[in-house]
Design a protein around this ligand. Structure first.
Ligand SMILES: [Zn+2]
Length: 314
């Protein structure tokens, strides 16, 4: 089913295993000066290479924050260790999706999995940072998307970064809470803020360029690096940014979901009532005019999100 070529080389992250703060594959640098604690996260999904490439690149530059504190985390390293070019989609996770276990119930409950263990290990760090950029990629070759969650503050930050061209405001998935929605990140009253960027198709070369550009713009915004460090590696900003508000996620209820066409994401469906798929025997149609399809999935399993539906608001 995967027809996308693997243009990226998965970096060797073994050199970062020991880290420097007591958590494997986490490196933290403190400027000694006042400023926010920033967290860059890669490999939240083990088969999404662009974030690992961006963090590896930044570490090899010998980056040190000019202010505040900067932490770089390779997240689902157990899944990444299983990355196999012949079956590249299989290494998204080991036992379950790391990015669906960030509710208090799951984190503090009795359930165990490779991903829950890693989430419990990273939780104090995630809770302590002021700003998170979680770097992802997508199944389809969709234009890059900044997933802002539901808060104004995250949408504002995405606007301040100026890239990518498409901002998506969404509540996540019925299957479980994302790291980017954990704790104070989702509380409008707290200054803590999180963004999740989808840099393009999992294995396309351009996704690594997008990841490095977004990461540098995030660090620049918070004063962790200077222009002279970033400028040679920045991509041009898009002319404008569009905001799509997700109104609903189509959560799969049957064992046989099928799309009506080979959607790749960001299709604009003009007419309300247009058939976009079948969930078992039940037809799935667009609920309103000018409905945007966001990140249609290839993992069409019961309980998971098939696609999200949104409206362009600006
Ligand atoms: Zn992902």
């Amino acid at each position: 089913m995967n027809t996308y070529p693997i243009e990226l080389q998965p970096p060797d992250i073994q050199p970062y295993r020991a880290g420097n703060c007591g958590i494997d594959y986490v490196s933290s640098f403190d400027s000694g000066d006042a400023g926010p604690h920033l967290l860059l996260a890669a490999l939240t999904h083990g088969n999404e290479l662009c974030g690992a490439i961006a963090l590896d690149w930044l570490l090899r530059q010998g980056v040190r924050p000019l202010a505040g504190k900067l932490t770089l985390a390779f997240v689902n390293v157990a899944a990444y260790a299983r990355f196999n070019r012949d079956d590249p989609r299989a290494s998204r996770f080991v036992d379950e999706d790391f990015n669906r276990v960030w509710s208090i119930d799951a984190l503090e409950g009795g359930r165990d999995s490779v991903e829950l263990r890693r989430a419990r290990e990273l939780r104090p760090l995630v809770a302590s940072v002021d700003a998170l950029l979680d770097i992802h990629s997508m199944q389809h070759a969709t234009p890059p998307l900044m997933m802002c969650g539901m808060t104004r503050k995250a949408r504002t930050l995405a606007r301040q970064l100026g890239t990518p061209a498409h901002l998506v405001c969404d509540a996540g998935h019925a299957a479980g809470r994302r790291m980017r929605d954990y704790g104070e990140f989702a509380d409008e009253a707290s200054p803590k803020v999180a963004l999740l960027i989808e840099c393009g198709q999992h294995w396309e070369r351009a996704s690594a360029t997008v990841a490095i550009d977004a990461m540098l713009r995030f660090l620049l915004h918070f004063g962790a690096i200077g222009q002279e460090f970033a400028a040679p590696h920045l991509a041009p900003l898009p002319a404008s940014q569009r905001v799509v508000e997700v109104t609903q996620a189509v959560t799969i209820a049957s064992d046989a979901f099928q799309f009506a066409a080979p959607y790749v994401g960001m299709e604009l469906i003009e007419r309300a009532g247009t058939l976009i798929g079948h969930d078992g025997a039940r037809p799935v149609a667009t609920p309103y005019d000018n409905c945007v399809l966001i990140m249609p999935s290839m993992r069409l399993r019961k309980g998971e999100t098939a696609v999200r539906l949104g409206r362009i608001v600006s």
